[in-house]
Write a protein that binds this ligand. Structure first.
Ligand SMILES: NC(=O)c1ccc[n+]([C@@H]2O[C@H](COP(=O)([O-])OP(=O)(O)OC[C@H]3O[C@@H](n4cnc5c(N)ncnc54)[C@H](O)[C@@H]3O)[C@@H](O)[C@H]2O)c1
Length: 294
């Protein structure tokens, strides 16, 4: 189905790569016009050339409020208004835990991942009010729901994004501006390489390596791809999501269902191991219980 975003204008941060790029492609296919905001100018300019009249690129470092304000203004200048904001730009953030965290590193993660979306909303609200409403989507992460999926600063920032979305939704609902978060699981993008300090081109190639290993990472045995997140973003941006606000949608192929042993018969079960029972013994006991009608 196409045309779900006919007539809508969207601003996507982090639009030059990965989830932002996949969502831009989907939004355009659904009829939207898009301001693509990023710091990768070469890719942004290519995007604009690829989608003439549909996409405008603007250099926007989301850690700078002036850049964010200019990106929002670009939506009105180029396309006459703003209906959808996808606060998506991101990076794995500062590595390290409690004992080796630097104040600067922690601030940098929050500046990019939390303050950026906050300021994006601040500047997007007036043009959305002028249109009578809008949809804001913030990219959080399963790392914001459970420990162990990212470094401390990143994970804490992503948890903040989920709650930021709720608080903003409460404030903005009377103005018919909906705010929701998406929590991706493992999605094959450049973020892993970029966060390990690889040059962008190398990080882009590394995304293909992530795609190879990704099918084994979660219950649904396929690699999570930017298009999977774009589907959820399209739902939230479109009128299909008209009654959805203040929540988060987990798009993770089921990885947060439970421990690996819940869905992978080859994975060791911590409970059985602690009890000293092998998988085979457990299966024999299960068969006996079934045969006895228990
Ligand atoms: N890939 C995953 O597995 C995954 C999982 C959960 C959440 N996420 C989140 O998804 C979002 C998109 O990441 P991705 O996986 O597509 O990575 P990606 O590296 O492919 O894309 C991130 C984009 O953000 C841009 N960016 C980085 N810093 C910026 C800044 N200061 N200002 C403007 N743009 C900036 C980059 O240039 C890049 O184009 C991030 O918020 C990330 O935390 C990703």
């Amino acid at each position: 189905m196409t045309g779900r975003l006919d007539g809508k204008v969207a601003l996507i941060t982090g639009a030059a790569s990965g989830i932002g790029l996949g969502t831009l492609e989907r939004f355009v296919a659904e009829g939207a016009r898009v301001v693509a905001a990023d710091v990768q100018d070469d890719k942004g300019v290519q995007l604009q050339a690829r989608f003439p009249d549909k996409v405008v690129y603007v250099r926007c470092d989301v850690t700078l409020e002036t850049d964010i304000a200019a990106a929002v203004a670009k939506a009105t200048d180029a396309f006459g208004g703003l209906d959808v904001l996808f606060n998506n730009a991101g990076h794995g953030g500062t590595p390290g835990g409690v004992t080796d965290m630097t104040a600067e590193g922690f601030d940098a993660a929050f500046s990019l991942l939390v303050r950026g979306p906050m300021l994006g909303m601040k500047h997007a609200v007036p043009p959305m009010q002028a249109r009578g409403g809008g949809a804001i989507i913030n990219t959080a992460s399963i790392a914001g729901l459970q420990a162990g999926y990212g470094p401390l600063a990143y994970s804490t920032a992503k948890a903040a994004v989920i709650h930021l979305s709720r608080c903003a939704a409460a404030e903005l609902a009377p103005q018919r501006i909906r705010v929701n978060a998406i929590c991706p699981g493992l999605i094959a993008t450049s973020i892993f390489g970029a966060s390990m300090g690889m040059a962008r081109e190398v990080a882009d190639q590394f995304a293909a390596r992530v795609q190879e290993i990704a099918p084994k990472f979660q219950p649904i045995p396929k690699a999570g791809m930017p298009a999977d997140i774009a589907g959820a973003a399209t739902f939230l941006a479109s009128d299909d999501g008209a009654f959805v606000t203040g929540t988060h949608i987990v798009v993770d192929g089921g990885i947060t269902i439970g421990p690996r042993s819940a869905w992978d018969v080859d994975a060791p079960s911590p409970l059985l191991e602690a009890l000293g029972i092998t998988r085979e013994q457990a299966e024999q006991m299960r068969q006996m219980a079934l045969a006895q009608g228990r």
